[in-house]
Write a protein that binds this ligand. Structure first.
Ligand SMILES: *Cc1c(COP(=O)(O)O)cnc(C)c1O
Length: 354
């Protein structure tokens, strides 16, 4: 078992009023840290009081963007216990991201143990109000103290935690999405499938432009032909067209979401067919024009399921599902959140009690 040295915070903070929680603004009393060097491998696993980091001004991450991250939540069940949702999937995905960015591999078992131990220590920070959770942010960055460009020799793996409010404060609200045909998020052969900070840096401009026009996110097209649907904002995307449930297949430029994977598994267990295939913009706009687009939703850990009520392409606005949440969208939201908060029986074995 990984030996984790624990230094307790001598000045623990007051737990915040759950009605004031936003996203990622308040942090818990501690953080988990683990250092890596080529010589020593992973060493010095520790939980320490939450504090600012001190890094060298030439640190790799500050210049060459060697950074990857994960996002998952700890959920407070009605019986008071705290549980995680498929945490091993996050560890495995982080290792895939690390491989792409030439960051070191985490030993799976130890990393999962560290995550669980950290949550055990901070579990009182998991809020219990409807829709709230403790958001966990594991991240890793290259930390060589040199401006030379090469695969990193030194890295840090850190987990921080933040109590977060309900994504939907006034009930589930369908969002308006703008189809982005200028900027692209990722290209095949690039880092699209890796959860790395750089992908976000490249996405900000389109997101900002959409927001100025009154849209909450952009729908990304593929980076080569700008022809196929990829993702929506920082979520995967799914459509129901003429009875067929479609989600873009993982071509390398799409982030393999754990919510996406879970929804596919839920749908298959209920006897639905899910097409993981290329979906062209032409097919989508055709379905919007002739009314065969029945439902559309984004999916990811933060919102779980986010119904799309309007899509805009080159100033043509299309209302989806009458601007309301669709029946299947609602069902998927209820099923996943039911399992995550322990209100529904977890027949998949996805949850891990702390
Ligand atoms: C994290 C992320 C998702 C969603 O992944 P989940 O594992 O479901 O939270 C989708 N797209 C992008 C770009 C992401 O960064």
């Amino acid at each position: 078992m990984l030996d984790i040295k624990i230094t307790k915070n001598p000045n623990p903070a007051e737990k915040p009023d759950p009605s004031t929680l936003g996203f990622g603004k308040i942090f818990t009393d501690h953080m988990f840290m683990w250092s890596y060097s080529r010589e020593e491998g992973w060493h010095n696993a520790r939980i320490v009081p939450f504090e600012n980091l001190s890094i060298h001004p030439a640190s790799t991450v500050l210049h060459y963007g060697s950074e990857i991250f994960e996002g998952l939540k700890a959920y407070r069940r009605a019986d008071g216990k705290v549980q995680l949702f498929r945490p091993i999937e996050n560890i495995r995905r982080m290792n895939n991201s690390a491989e792409r960015l030439c960051l070191p591999q985490l030993p799976e078992e130890d990393a999962l143990y560290a995550l669980e131990e950290f949550v055990r220590l901070e579990q009182d920070w998991t809020p219990s109000a409807e829709g709230t959770s403790l958001y966990l942010r594991p991240f890793m960055f290259g930390n060589d103290e040199s401006l030379g460009v090469h695969a990193v020799h030194n890295a840090e793996f850190i987990i921080i935690a933040s109590p977060v409010g309900s994504y939907y404060k006034e009930g589930i609200n369908p969002v308006k999405i703008m189809i982005e045909d200028e900027d692209v998020r990722a290209v095949r052969g690039g880092t699209g499938y890796a959860k790395c900070g750089g992908n976000y840096a490249a996405s900000n401009r389109a997101g900002e432009r959409a927001e100025l026009k009154g849209y909450s996110q952009v729908l990304w097209l593929d980076g080569v032909e700008r022809k196929y649907i990829e993702e929506v904002g920082a979520m995967n995307v799914m459509f129901k067209i003429n009875g067929e449930i479609i989600t873009p297949k993982l071509t390398g430029s799409i982030l393999p979401g754990i919510t996406r994977k879970s929804i596919i598994e839920v749908l298959k267990s209920e006897g639905y067919n899910v097409s993981e295939r290329l979906l062209s913009l032409e097919e989508l706009t055709g379905a919007m024009a002739d009314g065969t687009l029945e439902e559309a939703w984004g999916c990811g850990t933060a919102a779980v399921v986010s119904p799309i009520g309007e899509l805009c392409y080159k100033d043509h606005k299309y209302t989806v599902c009458g601007g309301k949440i669709g029946e299947l969208t609602q069902h998927l939201y209820d099923t996943l959140t039911g399992i995550q908060w322990g209100k529904l029986e977890d027949t998949f074995g996805w949850t891990v009690e702390i």
